[in-house]
Write a new protein. Structure first.
Length: 195
């Protein structure tokens, strides 16, 4: 393949990976949308506003007129904006020592349930195993975010579910309060969660 064509092919591939093209709109992975001119009308009539995340797939006379009459101009989006991959949680949760927090929750569980030494040992080993897996899959920041979410729910008296599907296999998620299923008691395999 000619070097010029390789560059064009790579650009096209990158653009396709950065968006989902549907019949009447484009969903960009940075959270913005490109709507057809017909869908822009529906969008506005439904009470929504044009902001810096709304684009048009093509210009027609109506879009040109809209742009002349409004301060916010509709434009055609060409590429994905740089994504912010930082977790949007308070700094205290970003620097939270997960191990200390989880083992502290395990000690609370022991105080509240009066576990036998054998039960506590099994749970300690489970926490150790799960922490290794969370670290291996590089998802400790997800745990920090979940701890923040659960804390926010508790502080605002929000009621949330008792548990869903594979997350109930994680004893750590039980300890942080995300669900109410003691996966150790029910002998649920942690690999169900990491599958």
């Amino acid at each position: 393949m000619h070097p010029e064509h390789q560059g064009l092919a790579q650009t096209l591939t990158e653009n396709l990976m950065n968006k989902n093209v549907l019949a009447d709109r484009i969903l960009w992975y940075d959270g913005s949308i490109s709507l057809t001119p017909e869908k822009i009308n529906e969008y506005l009539l439904s009470g929504k506003y044009i902001n810096d995340k709304v684009y048009v797939t093509q210009f027609n006379d109506e879009i040109k007129t809209f742009n002349k009459l409004n301060n916010s101009k509709l434009d055609i989006k060409q590429q994905l904006e740089e994504l912010n991959t930082e977790w949007n949680i308070p700094e205290a949760f970003k620097i939270l020592n997960i191990e200390e927090f989880i083992y502290g929750k395990l000690l609370e569980e022991n105080e509240n349930s009066s576990l036998t030494k054998q039960q506590l040992s099994i749970r300690f080993n489970r926490v150790e195993q799960e922490l290794q897996l969370y670290s291996k899959y590089n998802i400790m920041d997800i745990l920090r975010t979940l701890i923040f979410v659960v804390s926010t729910f508790k502080n605002n008296n929000v009621v949330w579910g008792t548990g869903r599907v594979s997350s109930c296999s994680s004893y750590i998620l039980y300890l942080i309060g995300l669900h109410d299923v003691d996966s150790v008691e029910y002998e649920l395999d942690i690999n169900e969660f990491f599958r």
